[in-house]
Design a protein around this ligand. Structure first.
Ligand code: FMN
Length: 120
């Protein structure tokens, strides 16, 4: 048994669907950039390479994996005789005195995390 949908009913249903989608999307957007409390270590590698200016590896993270990747990059560069400082971007590191800067951010909802975009 089929019931003819009036124009008014159609607009109500469409409005609810569009409104619901907008609320869901803004909720996901919030979840994507929300910062839970996780450790964001600062690390120094290759202190023995005292003659060189260090490389800065600075990172943003939400769940911690980009911090681990930043540390791995630090270890790898140190094995190749670089001095490396790894710092969370939220500590707003000054750029003076580094020979190079490496930036790391996860992508959430198609974007870098806002604190890294702001830092850039
Ligand atoms: C809510 C959410 C949205 C995400 N959006 C994307 C995206 O648009 N593109 C992508 O490649 N990865 C996306 N990811 C995957 C994250 O970038 C990936 O898990 C990243 O390693 C997380 O880094 P973190 O542990 O340092 O926070 C998303 C993850 C989450 C939880």
């Amino acid at each position: 048994m089929s019931r003819k949908l009036s124009r008014c009913d159609f607009l109500k249903v469409t409005g609810l669907a569009v409104g619901g989608a907008a609320v869901a999307r803004s909720g996901l957007g919030y979840a994507a950039t929300r910062a839970p409390e996780i450790p964001t270590p600062g690390l120094i590698f290759g202190k023995e390479h005292t003659m060189d200016k260090p490389v800065l590896v600075t990172y943003a993270t939400r769940a911690g994996s980009t911090a681990e990747i930043a540390a791995a990059i630090g270890e790898t560069l140190t094995a190749r005789s670089f001095r490396v400082e790894v710092k969370p971007v939220k500590s707003q590191p000054a750029l003076a005195g580094y020979v190079a800067v490496i930036l790391g951010s996860p992508i959430r909802m198609g974007n870098w995390l806002p604190e890294m975009v702001k830092f850039i």
